[in-house]
Design a protein around this ligand. Sequence first.
Ligand SMILES: Nc1ncnc2c1ncn2[C@@H]1O[C@H](COP(=O)(O)OP(=O)(O)O)[C@@H](O)[C@H]1O
Ligand code: SF4
Ligand SMILES: [Mg+2]
Length: 324
Amino acid sequence: MSLLELDDVSVTYRIASGEVPAVRGVSLKLEAGSALGVAGESGSGKSTLAMALMRLLPADARVGGRILLGGEDVLAMKWGRLRAVRWAEASIVFQGAQHGLNPVRRIGDQIAEPMLVHGLAKPDVARKRVAELLDQVGLPAWRARSYPHELSGGQRQRIMIAMALACEPRLIIADEPTTALDVMVQAQVLTLIKDLVAQRGISLIMISHDLSVLADVCGRLAVMYAGRIVENGPSHEVFRDARHPYSKALAAAFPTVGDPLSRMAPKGLGGDPPDPMHLPSGCAFHPRCPIKADGCDTLDVELWPVGERRTAACVHVRTELEGS
Ligand SMILES: Nc1ncnc2c1ncn2[C@@H]1O[C@H](COP(=O)(O)OP(=O)(O)O)[C@@H](O)[C@H]1O
Ligand code: SF4
Ligand SMILES: [Mg+2]
């Protein structure tokens, strides 16, 4: 059984001017102890998908499909069970979350809080565990007594990772965990996440618009465009030999890990990602596609297999399949 299984998951926000289909029919599997990267430009639905997994979406969001965590149906969980799952089984580290630390409470108390609240440890045990967690994220134990303003941005993001680890979850979802950090610190935090996943057998979903970062940390990659997965496969194959033109452009956009100069739009692509309220017909990528074929604007696009472990949602993949 997979640790996490998504089956045809969709998320639609209802707003005053209509409906925003932010995630459309996403199916994925994550095996225990493995790392999956989710890539895509801003607005492609990555954070919406992450929040759906933890049922953290606002009340105006409607979620469809099925999300199984350890075989349990997340969308059907009662509130009490969901709360327990959020700390003990899966936790999430958001982009810029370090700004959410309470400025007037010591770091150690904030790391210990979920353990105390969920009755996982008595205060003296929690204190010891805080020291261990700080050590795991590369900070000295005395930092437990510091206040958030006494730490750098990178150190605060390490604290967020320590908090995510506190209840020993089986899954960590990291949504752009390093985007707000400078390049050097970014590399350190990424190495930390990579080591934790490898050494502790924690499963990881890491979200980024930077394919090179994801390929470095994660075994598999899923590329999202306009709320859908357009390519899914082993990360080095997707990174080096993308089969969807959008993944190709993303891979070409970030030749160096964390290089701010390459942090631009995907290479060779004009235009912007579509507004989900006004999606192009057919393949949603067709207005920007450099290899658009006849009929791409009406095509009913789906994920076609590329070999045994990959899929890509492009008509050229289908044509190759038909020719083979
Ligand atoms: N609370 C919300 N209400 C309405 N639309 C939203 C809300 N949150 C996100 N969206 C829209 O959903 C789409 C996907 O957003 P998001 O999941 O944040 O993408 P990403 O994380 O890939 O940048 C975007 O078009 C965004 O404007
Ligand atoms: S289906 Fe057509 S428009 Fe879409 S990515 Fe493939 S070639 Fe481009
Ligand atoms: Mg996001």
